[in-house]
Design a protein around this ligand. Structure first.
Ligand SMILES: C[S@@+](CC[C@H](N)C(=O)[O-])C[C@H]1O[C@@H](n2cnc3c(N)ncnc32)[C@H](O)[C@@H]1O
Length: 205
């Protein structure tokens, strides 16, 4: 098994464009390749981190202030620290010979990236990732579901040899503690009739 340097391609560009809609405090890209996406993320995030198995040949990410760690997926990072986690994983189904592009016969590599992303993203944070037409998105959705993430497709591109999709996994918005609303059915008859003039009762429409 080897790991060659990944040269940014159509997939990199599609993910990069989708990431331009996001901004915030901290962003991680798992499998950052040559760091091109990290350079872009530096324009919209305060802290940008990439992980990679292969040392990048290009160094423009350093000048932009990104951080890169040579590590397996996000194994070196703590739980719940990033507002955004992105990845354009090796997505070609098949035995892993070149770790830059081969995903495993059951897409084990992208699934591992997703499990790690779920672990390191903050509550309420986002995960944005790319897959090709060969991936069954329901399998990825079922990895996300136990943690309350829902997956939706946010971008796609049909090339002559493959169809690429970018997905966003987001947690459903829950009412914050202390922000639940008083419902009419919770009120006694006296309160409904307004017998306590100094008590302000707000009934939601
Ligand atoms: C398809 S390339 C994408 C590179 C870059 N993110 C881009 O969009 O151009 C996938 C990258 O994941 C890296 N990679 C594969 N397995 C990895 C692992 N277990 N941990 C970290 N990086 C890995 C590969 O070396 C490769 O650079």
């Amino acid at each position: 098994m080897s790991g060659t340097q990944y040269i940014a391609s159509d997939d990199s560009v599609l993910l990069r464009k989708a990431l331009r809609s996001y901004a915030g405090g901290s962003a991680l890209e798992i499998g950052a390749g040559n760091g091109g996406n990290l350079v872009d993320l530096c324009g919209t995030f305060d802290l940008v981190v990439g992980t990679e198995l292969v040392k990048p040949e290009m160094g423009d990410w350093t000048a932009e202030g990104a951080n890169l760690v040579l590590a397996d997926s996000a194994s070196c990072l703590r739980d719940s620290v990033f507002d955004l986690v992105a990845f354009n994983p090796p997505y070609l189904r098949g035995i892993v010979e070149d770790r830059a592009v081969d995903a495993g016969v059951d897409l084990e590599v992208p699934k591992k990236f997703l499990r790690d992303a779920i672990r390191v993203v903050k509550p309420g944070g986002r995960i944005v990732f790319l897959l090709d037409q060969d991936a069954d998105i329901d399998e990825f959705q079922s990895i996300c579901k136990p943690r309350g993430f829902r997956v939706r497709r946010i971008a796609s591109a049909r090339l002559f040899y493959e169809e690429l999709s970018v997905y966003a996994a987001e947690q459903a918005q829950r009412p914050r503690v202390g922000q639940g609303r008083l419902q009419p059915k919770m009120l006694g008859e006296a309160e409904k009739a307004g017998r306590f003039p100094r008590m302000r009762i707000v009934i939601p429409h």
